[in-house]
Design a protein around this ligand. Structure first.
Ligand SMILES: Nc1nc2c(ncn2[C@@H]2O[C@H](COP(=O)(O)OP(=O)(O)OP(=O)(O)O)[C@@H](O)[C@H]2O)c(=O)[nH]1
Ligand SMILES: C=C(OP(=O)(O)O)C(=O)O
Length: 215
């Protein structure tokens, strides 16, 4: 991590409720272990990104909080307890003024160099504008970035790419497959594995048995 750079806000749901569409994706692996591994691998990559000065995890989950602190992130409770966008706003209010990004915690193939490329692209070109990176299918969002003095104004959820564009944010469409590969379903997990998983998720995949292998 650099001393002057981005603050990245990463919300993580309670593991018992998180990634419900992925439940049962790995036979023999408890669901909470899989949800934790996705977040741990995401965080590992963010913390290894040279463009990132601070990582703030917003969570009410004690295991996620402990693992995040051990990895080097700061943790705040999800005080609003009012969904993903409220968690992003809460986190963005808790980081120093400067470049702020919100990132989902379900990117187990994320490579620090691809995140750095997207963050650099967000600082390039038209000034004073929020940027977002759509997910691989294109309808969702994995990263939302705001310049200093501009509120993050998150619009995550179903159809969030269109919602972010409608709110004035500009899409970033670089070649960042590991950043765009969020994992919501068993097929997404297979696709992420093809890109190369982080160590926590890779270990679970080796121990468990995917319910489907086609992407
Ligand atoms: N702190 C916090 N994080 C959230 C909340 N809702 C979603 N997230 C996190 O935001 C990221 C993206 O959310 P989703 O892809 O919708 O994940 P999810 O809600 O766990 O997944 P599903 O149950 O399958 O909809 C995941 O890393 C979640 O852990 C929330 O209310 N609070
Ligand atoms: C939260 C989002 O989506 P998903 O739950 O599909 O990952 C989003 O893309 O804004």
């Amino acid at each position: 991590m650099s001393q002057s750079g981005w603050a990245v806000v990463v919300p993580v749901k309670r593991l018992t409720a998180a990634k419900s569409r992925l439940r049962g994706a790995l036979t023999g692996v408890p669901h909470e272990e899989l949800a934790l591994a996705l977040a741990a691998d995401t965080l590992r990559a963010v913390l290894a990104c040279p463009a990132v000065a601070e990582v703030l995890v917003v969570t009410d989950d004690a295991r996620v909080a402990a693992a995040s602190r051990a990895a080097g992130a700061r943790v705040v409770p999800d005080e609003p307890d009012a969904g993903l966008n409220a968690a992003f706003r809460h986190g963005a209010a808790g980081v120093p003024a400067g470049w702020v990004a919100g990132l989902t915690a379900d990117l187990p193939a994320l490579r620090p160099t691809e995140l750095a490329g997207a963050l650099l692209a967000a600082q390039t070109g038209r000034a004073g504008v929020r940027r977002f990176v759509p997910d691989a299918p294109g309808g969702g969002t994995v990263l939302l970035a705001a310049p200093p003095g501009v509120p993050l104004d998150p619009r995550f959820g179903v159809g969030s790419a269109a919602a972010h564009a409608a709110s004035g944010a500009l899409p970033l469409t670089g070649d960042w497959p590991s950043l765009r590969r969020d994992v919501d379903t068993a097929a997404d997990l297979t696709a992420a594995a093809r890109l190369g998983l982080g160590p926590s998720t890779a270990a679970l995949l080796a121990a468990g048995r995917p319910v489907r292998s086609a992407g």
